[in-house]
Design a protein around this ligand. Structure first.
Ligand code: XIL
Length: 381
């Protein structure tokens, strides 16, 4: 079913139900239009989507509203069958102060997703980078378990039935910190030890038994000793969780790729993915983009290199049946987080070109290779 007819059906259903839908303006489909990424992925049994960056803004009174950029929203809803929250479900957004909860942006995204036939993926319940200062200053070893239970349980319960999946713990691995199991010395590791993860996954599963629960991490894509150490730490962590009968269902591989920075081995990546499958878990390619800060200024050179990097990775990833979804961390260079993150900001001041569409919403080589990789993917059920 094409994206447009799918939308028309939903508009009809919502109108019949008397509901006000956040359905994006419809996009004309000409005979020469390229297949959408979402529809192409679906044909192969995969979900395709992107993060919510660029979709919301603050209204006059500070409350979240749909962003004025209807063109980007139209592109997003046309291409994506899944949307993941960039900021809206992180702890600082949900809990600006120790006593206040704010689900307005999270709820608005839920409506946008539902009204446009997109699955909603929650990112992320626990992350060292998004643990507000007030948590560190109010939670101690005696209250940490209750805090994790309350936070995870309350958020997952609040969003129950609306979520495709949750990143329960984000970026738990840090092999450079010297812990025996390669776990990052985050606040909750320090307060509870590795069982902070067990507590979080159990609380999430109890609150929302339908959601796919993921451990999400970066730095596992390349053929490099540092990445190998991270892969082994991740596998070790998953084995420990499974031995403890913790409900974990998938690994999120962020896939912030790096054009030309590290050697890539198809065999090494394929082996790692097969190891995850052997443990009974699925895989989500969860934050795909190609930072280009190491590449020369010339746009064509950058676009060729980033597209090649993405294709080489995806051809291996999509050949693995455990991979069920591909999620970009932004569809267009118009709203690139790569320009606001120190490590991926270009020194020459040029904006990053790490996403499938450019800042004018024109598809680039990255889009072409992403589409071709999805088209070439073996089908899965
Ligand atoms: C990033 C957001 O895109 C930024 O806007 C924010 O300032 C910091 O977080 N890995 C993750 C994501 O798991 O949560 C990060 O998102 C990007 C890296």
């Amino acid at each position: 079913m094409s994206g447009v007819s799918r939308r028309e059906l939903m508009v009809g259903a919502l109108a019949a139900a008397g509901g006000m839908a956040l359905v994006a303006p419809s996009v004309a489909v000409g005979a020469d239009e390229v297949a959408t990424l979402g529809a192409t992925a679906a044909t192969h049994g995969l979900l395709f989507g992107s993060c919510s960056r660029g979709l919301l803004e603050h209204g006059r009174d500070g409350s979240p509203v749909l962003a004025a950029d209807r063109d980007y929203r139209a592109l997003f809803t046309r291409e994506c069958r899944l949307m993941v929250s960039e900021l809206e479900l992180k702890m600082p957004a949900l809990r600006p102060t120790p006593t206040r909860w704010d689900f307005r942006a999270a709820d608005l995204l839920a409506r946008l997703a539902a009204d446009n036939g997109m699955a909603y993926r929650g990112h992320c319940l626990l992350w060292h980078e998004s643990t507000p200062g007030w948590v560190a200053s109010t939670v101690d070893a005696s209250s940490a378990e209750a805090f994790v239970n309350e936070h995870v349980g309350r958020v997952c319960d609040r969003m129950r039935g609306r979520m495709h999946s949750w990143d329960v713990v984000n970026e738990a691995i840090d092999v450079q910190e010297g812990t025996a199991d390669g776990l990052r010395k985050s606040l909750f590791l320090k307060l509870l030890g590795p069982r902070y993860m067990d507590i979080a996954f159990r609380a999430a599963h109890q609150a929302d038994p339908q959601a796919m629960l993921c451990l999400n991490d970066y730095g596992i894509e390349y053929d490099h000793p540092y990445h190998e150490a991270r892969r082994q730490a991740l596998l070790g962590t998953v084995r420990r969780l499974l031995d403890a009968r913790v409900p974990i269902h998938a690994i999120g591989i962020q896939a912030h790729l790096h054009a030309g920075l590290r050697p890539f081995s198809a065999a090494v990546l394929a082996r790692f993915l097969a190891d995850i499958r052997a443990l009974g878990l699925k895989v989500i390619i969860s934050e795909l983009d190609v930072p280009d800060y190491r590449l020369p200024a010339d746009a064509a050179t950058r676009d060729t290199a980033t597209a090649r990097e993405l294709r080489q990775f995806l051809d291996v990833a999509l050949a693995e049946p455990a991979v069920v979804a591909v999620v970009c961390w932004g569809l267009s260079d118009r709203y690139s987080w790569l320009n606001s993150f120190a490590e991926t900001t270009r020194r020459d001041g040029l904006p990053a070109r790490g996403h499938p569409w450019d800042d004018q919403l024109r598809p680039k080589a990255l889009h072409r290779e992403l589409l071709a990789a999805l088209q070439a993917a073996p089908g899965r059920s």
